[in-house]
Design a protein around this ligand. Structure first.
Ligand code: GLY
Ligand code: MN
Ligand code: MN
Length: 502
């Protein structure tokens, strides 16, 4: 009995051979023809070609990952590992436990083979007997032919994976994306250990881990510049996110009146994210009042009150798994107070300056440096930096950084299939690299004055402001993909008035 079956044994009903035969029979044929080739398929093939060229002769193992237990016998909804999704083109409707293997070919290049658990048929034991994977319980799965037709991959049953990954052990270098699926990584490790005595010594283990890291790093770096299909997905994600924000604005009065308003905001955005796409790309930050000064406020347990601002940082992940990442800071009653507007205008100025710095050839880190200079100038003008500390002093990376009390986070990150995309890329390819056309990144400065910050002006305390937009680097500058969402203080107020008076 499997672990999963044991967990529900006390609730299960005994079945007879007669019933099992009965439940497998009498179903109409399922398939009406092959699916069409997916639009993403040629783009995914081009991405795989780049990986193949980088690692000639190596076997490359990129797992989708498996189901993750939420509690006891219930799993989280499955989402594939981003490297796997990028190289296959699979979106939200695919199954757990698949593994993409780029198998080196004698003539050069690689065959892209997808190992997965194909549909077992209604006459299989799994159909009714497996509550975690059986079609009767959790729905159907593709066949090998479906996958070959839709994605242009060679498809094999996962039952063949163990032999395939161990083939020619010791003669072929095997690299695996280690964090995607613990069991697959373990299988690769065992193959390595068995293939050579030497593989068990510390140096061999170290070099295998380095070989794996090199693969993960390359796959992350490959996503720095988006192809046209990916840019289109980002546009869809941003448009869906705008709908979610506007739905929240339409419900602001309800959110105040009902109490527990942050939860209401989270739910309304989540509803639209799920309806428009796969769901939220990350847990929404729905932060009223002082909660907005807690950067990772995802508890969303508070009320919303008139007179406060709501910092809403949220993004829709579309079906292809690409996500937007947008923040608007909204006066709950529709009008900024004078102090809120003062802070807001400073953040806006920093964001605008940082955006205007964006063009190919400019260093990624320059975006942050530009925003921080503006933030530091305001903090200095407001007399908040320590006595004798100038703007130059605080932006001095070695000795200053006083401004970080109120703006602690980075201004930008790459965005795509992960909200913090390309996270394994080297610093030289990310923070210290020059911007290139096709990159998508956020610009998101903020200022956060905690309610109990005795160094902040009284009227600023308990207010957090962030403005975050999603930017495409173009050949000659940038395009703000989220420019349809109002950004200046006046435009935000007009936006709220327009939507709430409908
Ligand atoms: N929402 C996460 C971020 O802005 O980076
Ligand atoms: Mn962000
Ligand atoms: Mn964000």
């Amino acid at each position: 009995m499997s672990e999963e079956q044991k967990k529900s044994e006390n609730r299960s009903n005994p079945t007879t051979d007669e019933f099992r035969a009965f439940v497998k029979s009498g179903w109409a044929p399922r398939h009406t023809g092959s699916p069409e080739r997916a639009e993403v398929a040629p783009y995914a093939a081009t991405r795989r070609d780049a990986v193949s060229a980088q690692f000639p002769g190596d076997r490359l193992v990129v797992p989708a990952g498996g189901l993750k237990v939420r509690s006891n016998d219930t799993d989280y909804v499955f989402r594939p590992h981003s490297a796997f999704a990028h190289l296959t083109g699979f979106g939200s409707d695919q199954e757990p436990d698949a593994v993409l293997v780029l198998e080196p070919l004698p003539e050069g290049g690689h065959d892209a083979v997808l190992y997965f658990k194909p549909w077992g048929g209604r006459d299989s034991d799994e159909f009714f007997g497996d509550t975690r994977y059986g079609e009767f319980w959790v729905g159907g799965r593709p066949t090998l032919e479906d996958i070959e037709a839709e994605y242009g991959l060679t498809a094999r049953s996962i039952d063949e994976f163990a032999d395939a990954v161990a083939k020619d052990a010791g003669k072929v270098t095997v690299r695996v994306v280690r964090d995607a699926d613990h069991d697959v990584t373990e299988q690769v490790e065992q193959g390595r250990a068995a293939s050579s005595e030497k593989a068990t010594d510390a140096a061999a283990v170290q070099s295998a881990a380095e070989a794996d890291d090199e693969l993960s790093r390359f796959l992350s770096t490959l996503r720095l510049v988006k192809d046209e299909w990916e840019i289109e997905q980002m546009r869809l994600a941003v448009a869906a996110t705008q709908e979610g924000f506007e739905a929240v604005i339409a419900q602001l009065r309800d959110a105040v009146a009902k109490g527990r308003g942050e939860r209401w905001v989270e739910g309304v955005f989540g509803l639209h994210a799920r309806h428009q796409g796969n769901g939220v790309g990350y847990d929404s930050i729905c932060a009223g009042g002082d909660h907005a000064t807690t950067l990772h406020w995802i508890k969303n347990t508070g009320d919303l009150e008139d007179g406060e601002v709501l910092l809403l940082d949220a993004g829709v992940e579309v079906d292809s798994l690409f996500t937007a990442d947008i923040t608007r800071t909204l006066p709950v009653d529709g009008t900024f107070t004078e102090a809120q507007r003062t802070i807001y205008d400073a953040v806006y100025a920093a964001q605008q300056a940082a955006m205007e710095a964006i063009k190919p050839g400019v260093k990624f880190s320059e975006i942050h440096d530009t925003a921080i200079r503006v933030i530091a100038e305001f903090l200095h003008e407001w007399g908040l930096l320590p006595e004798g500390v100038s703007v130059e002093d605080t932006i001095d990376k070695e000795h200053g950084q006083y401004h970080r009390r109120w703006m602690v986070h980075g201004t930008s990150h790459h965005l795509g299939i992960d909200v913090h995309d390309c996270a394994q890329a080297r610093r030289a390819d990310y923070k210290d690299a020059e911007l290139r056309a096709g990159m998508v990144l956020t610009v998101e400065p903020g200022l956060y004055f905690k309610a109990d910050d005795e160094l902040a002006p009284v009227e600023f305390r308990g207010t957090g402001v962030r403005i975050e937009d999603d930017i495409l680097v173009t050949e000659d500058g940038y395009e703000n993909l989220s420019s349809a969402m109002p950004r200046t203080a006046d435009d935000v107020e007009a936006w709220i008035a327009r939507i709430t008076s409908r």
